[in-house]
Design a protein around this ligand. Structure first.
Ligand code: PLP
Length: 387
């Protein structure tokens, strides 16, 4: 099989797995236990927090371990709005700004907050998928409590001007959260450089295990805990810490940061080759998203006069795993909200496919994929009532 769905998830790196293993069976203590085994686990937890803090150039106490990107996004948005907003008895509790192209972990959380009395502005994007800084500044109000804008989009890979957004947020003294889940392992995530106050990460996107992530929260920023129980994570996130997962997250981040410079260069070459060949040899196709301001591993193309799901299933039968829209949205026949936001008509959005490359992807994988793609597209077009 040729796996081209690394944006959905990645296989856990062998080195990561090896680092995690002792924490399942031997060093299995609960960091809240007072005995030696527990205290050893506590020591590992805190030294791992320190290591991750070095990678993000932040303080260890600014890191909250979570169960992944979704929980981190929920905690950031609900946590800030509920800590800073007016009480639930008020009709107008405050305002936040986000974009139309966020992952559902952010969008659905915002919709939920809107039901609880908060106003939400969803910034549009241009045809390349980038927000306008002018529109962002114009959307800021007296009662704006939070700006939440993703670092890189999970469907079209588009990268937002995060540092510039951070400068605007700082100038207006508004907390700035970024969902950096797709940028994890690819970007330099030094928080002061990005000028962010909150940042979400998820280990399974960069060869770490599933079900573990983190939320960076700048010191002094108040957030209301969303999970109540014990006093773990400095009273900000109750539940026994997932020590093997946290060890895996740290190891995966360390490996990714070491490899990223060379790996990004290699992936950009493969990505651009894939795009160039696909657009050249497949009639009636276009690239979705910005041609250069995009993740090194993301190829998203609209294939005219074809239904994306049929194309995806055919490719799967031929041994190629990719995605139509985002993995979380597939299964539903609605076209992707991201593709509609960049202005694609419904039928073109529905004919779009995302190929996301990763560490095991080779040029020969891309050549094989292109060859199969050409055949499948021409077969499907021959049968299509849309042609
Ligand atoms: N945010 C983005 C941009 C994502 O791509 C994803 C996962 O696809 C998430 C959040 C959710 O992360 P998790 O699967 O760790 O909950």
């Amino acid at each position: 099989m040729i796996y081209l769905d690394y944006a959905a998830t990645t296989p856990t790196d062998q080195e990561v797995l090896k680092a995690m293993e002792p924490f399942f069976t031997k060093k299995f203590g609960n960091p809240s236990s007072l005995h030696m085994l527990g205290q050893k686990a506590k020591g590992e937890l805190e030294s791992t927090r320190q290591k991750i803090a070095e990678e993000l150039a932040c303080l260890p106490e600014e890191i909250i371990f979570t169960s992944g990107g979704t929980e981190s996004d929920n905690l950031a948005i609900k946590g800030v709005l509920e800590a800073k907003g007016k009480p639930a008895t008020e009709k107008k509790r405050g305002h936040m700004i986000t974009t139309q192209i966020e992952h559902h972990a952010v969008l659905h959380t915002c919709e939920d907050m809107a039901k609880r009395g908060f106003d939400v502005t969803y910034l549009p994007v241009d045809q390349n998928g980038v927000i306008s800084l002018k529109q962002l500044e114009e959307a800021i109000r007296e009662d704006t409590l939070l700006i939440s804008i993703m670092t890189a989009n999970n469907e079209i890979g588009v990268i937002q001007p995060i540092t510039k957004i951070g400068r605007i947020a700082n100038k207006h003294k508004i907390p700035f959260h970024t969902d950096a889940v797709q940028a994890g392992g690819t970007f330099d995530l030094k928080v002061d450089h990005l000028k962010v106050d909150l940042l979400s990460l998820s280990a399974h996107k960069f060869y770490g295990p599933k079900g573990v992530g983190l939320l960076y929260v700048r010191k002094g920023m108040r957030i209301k805990p969303q999970q109540i129980g014990g006093s773990q994570e400095m009273n900000r996130r109750a539940s026994t810490e997932n020590i093997p997962g946290i060890i895996g997250l740290a190891k995966a981040l360390e490996i990714a940061n070491k490899r990223k410079e060379d790996e990004n260069k290699r992936l950009i070459k493969l990505r651009d080759y894939f795009i160039q060949e696909a657009l050249k040899h497949l009639p009636d196709t276009r690239l979705n998203g910005h041609p250069t301001e995009r993740l090194p591993n993301n190829v998203n193309i609209a294939v005219g006069k074809i239904e994306g799901e049929s194309l995806l299933l055919r490719l799967d039968m031929m041994g190629i795993a990719c995605s139509s829209g985002s993995a979380c949205a597939s299964g539903s026949l609605d076209p992707s909200h991201v593709l509609l936001a960049i202005g694609l008509p419904h039928e073109i959005a529905q004919g779009s496919l995302r190929f996301s490359l990763g560490k095991d992807t080779t040029k020969s994988d891309i050549d094989k994929t292109l060859e199969i793609l050409k055949k499948v597209v021409s077969d499907l077009r021959a049968m299509s009532p849309l042609v």
